[in-house]
Write a protein that binds this ligand. Structure first.
Ligand SMILES: [Zn+2]
Length: 213
């Protein structure tokens, strides 16, 4: 009897400990600043986490809400394109840069993209669960595009992504970044094409465009 009683009370203690731990983990799910793991949630998980987080104000409708951290350092907004896109806007440079470093460390780098000399270069990354992360350094903004049926259809047709080819005889690569160093020394015309077409003529994906160094 005494043993049972002891066991019961120790269980309760464990329960309280687990509860506190859970509360601690939950309150850490998003917090005032977000981490890389936040970017690997699904768009619905992200929405729920923000709604339940007392550090954030929310508005808009349930389908396309927006959120703002109470310290004003972070705001994000849901958009609908072919799939769901969430744009994260940062006020704090250190928050922004530390998240960029985490992305560079943990996500799979796809390619740099730029189709106009006046445009900033967009860095394209992908999480293990196919969330597509994009950012450029012209503003403190990170966008995440979530997988959808339409998007996976478009991905299978990513052959039509714009690329550039130097028309000189020795050139062997195609570039997604018009400002790529590999194109800088091109003394012939630079032709605009797409991945499918470029591959057809035996051009290979440029190593500089697919390297985030
Ligand atoms: Zn290149």
């Amino acid at each position: 009897m005494l043993f049972l009683k002891y066991k019961k009370s120790s269980l309760t203690k464990t329960n309280i400990f687990v509860l506190i731990l859970l509360l601690f983990i939950c309150s850490k799910t998003i917090g005032q600043s977000i981490t890389y793991s936040t970017l690997t949630l699904t768009s619905d998980e992200l929405k729920t986490a923000f709604i339940e987080d007392s550090n954030y104000f929310s508005g808009g409708n349930n389908d396309l809400p927006y959120f703002q951290s109470k310290n004003g350092n972070l705001s994000m907004r849901y958009y609908k394109s072919t799939g769901v896109i969430v744009i994260f806007d940062f006020k704090s440079k250190s928050d922004y840069i530390s998240l960029i470093r985490e992305i560079q460390k943990n996500a799979y780098f796809r390619f740099k993209y730029c189709t106009d000399y006046d445009e900033p270069i967009t860095y394209n990354y992908e999480t293990y669960n196919d969330n597509k992360i994009r950012f450029d350094f012209s503003e403190m903004r990170i966008s995440v595009e979530y997988p959808s049926k339409v998007n996976s259809f478009l991905d299978s047709n990513s052959d039509f992504t714009t690329v550039f080819v130097c028309m000189s005889k020795g050139a062997y690569a195609f570039h997604t970044n018009l400002k790529c160093e590999g194109l800088a020394n091109c003394d012939a015309e630079i032709a605009k094409s797409n991945i499918r077409e470029a591959k057809k003529y035996d051009y290979r994906f440029c190593e500089i465009c697919t390297d985030d160094e």
